[in-house]
Design a protein around this ligand. Structure first.
Ligand code: UD1
Length: 333
């Protein structure tokens, strides 16, 4: 299949591109490199022996996107491109609505113009918002009590996809709701490399481990959880990537579908720090600070629908993710 991957040089996108190329698909990437490096393309080639076609472009540039669709007839699209910093989205909501929503609408318009009717969307567990039930199921309501504009863009895009599916009975859209992706390809060649000071836990831990940052601030140790720190469902990015290949098959049936991609098991921030210290054999300097506004105490996936309908389940452990993270770190120092 010929597949357009938006955001294909990013953290999750690059891992999916590797799997697509290894499976024999033809891949075209469009990415504006806002949160990734062009050198990722060389790493992808090093891992797979194949080079994807690359366009340095922003999805908000409709004419440029049209040109790409004129040059290729795609079978389907996997849509990762978008801004993803929770804190930045609170400070600059219009930027987030413009990049994430307008970018997606442009993409869908080009798809409709060329009769491309299959899309996988990179969604997030954040669409569930806050709830008393910590284990999230796809049947639970979405869109309520979402704490930030970034999360709302994910929810809104899911709603847009539902409407497009209603308007076109041949259109199929799969939203993959990621929990907390961690780790990287076992080669240590590609991984998460956010620009600037990271917001997310694992990239921050990596910068402390490499000595670039002094210590990890753990946001709150007074939550109603077993050790007082938040609990999340950390899923290995290589498992996550496999979920996309499984979802390609689900695109054969028209309509909108959403699947949780998580392990089903929560791990606390403190447990993550302890596991990192054990695997690296070194202490990870950390201290407790005030809670971060908008953080949920606990959230994890019920991944049974993905298992039943996609035949997907996570296989790698947190220890695997941390070992791969250390390989990545040693390759990048
Ligand atoms: C957030 C987003 C989620 C998005 C994910 C990856 C929300 C509510 N969550 O998830 O949609 O998919 O980022 O981009 O919109 N922590 C620390 N110190 C740090 C960093 C994090 O203690 O320096 C803690 C946080 O308080 C949290 C846990 O680690 O309890 C995980 O945080 P993070 O990696 O930012 O992910 P989420 O907030 O779960």
């Amino acid at each position: 299949m010929k597949i357009l991957v938006t955001g294909g040089t990013g953290y999750i996108g690059s891992h999916v591109v590797v799997d697509l190329l290894n499976e024999g698909h033809e891949v075209v990437i469009v990415d504006n490199l806002i949160n990734s490096k062009v050198t990722v393309l060389d790493k992808i080639t090093e891992i797979t022996g194949k080079t994807p076609i690359f366009y340095y472009e922003n999805l908000t540039n409709f004419e440029a996107l049209q040109k790409i669709f004129d040059e290729h007839q795609f079978d389907s699209v996997i849509h990762f491109a978008g801004l993803k910093s929770v804190s930045e989205s609170v400070e600059r909501p219009l930027l987030y609505y413009c990049e994430n929503i307008t970018g997606t609408i442009n993409l869908l318009k080009c798809m409709q113009d060329k009769g491309v009717e299959k899309i996988i969307f990179s969604s997030s567990a954040t669409v569930y918002g806050d709830s008393d039930i910590k284990e999230r199921l796809e049947t639970m309501p979405t869109g309520q009590n979402i704490a930030n504009p970034y999360g709302r863009t994910k929810y809104m895009i899911e709603e847009i996809l539902k409407d497009v599916c209603i308007s076109d009975p041949n259109f199929s859209a799969v939203a993959l709701r990621y929990f907390n992706p961690v780790g990287n390809h076992s080669s240590g060649l590609i991984g998460e490399e956010p620009n600037g000071i990271p917001n997310n836990l694992m990239p921050y831990i990596m910068k402390v481990a490499s000595g670039e940052l002094q210590e990890l601030s753990i946001y709150g140790n007074d939550y109603d959880t077993p050790d007082g720190t938040c609990r999340r469902d950390f899923v290995h990015v290589s498992d996550l990537a496999k979920g996309h290949l499984a979802a390609l098959k689900a695109l054969e049936t028209p309509g909108f579908k959403a699947y949780n991609l998580g392990t089903g098991t929560p791990t606390s921030v403190l447990e993550m720090v302890a596991a990192f210290e054990k695997i690296s054999g070194k202490p990870l300097p950390h201290r407790f600070v005030a809670r971060r506004p908008g953080d949920l105490a606990e959230i994890w996936a019920n991944p049974s629908l993905a298992k039943k309908e996609l035949g997907w389940q996570s296989e790698l452990t947190i220890e695997d993710a941390l070992k791969d993270t250390l390989t990545f770190l040693s390759n990048h120092q």
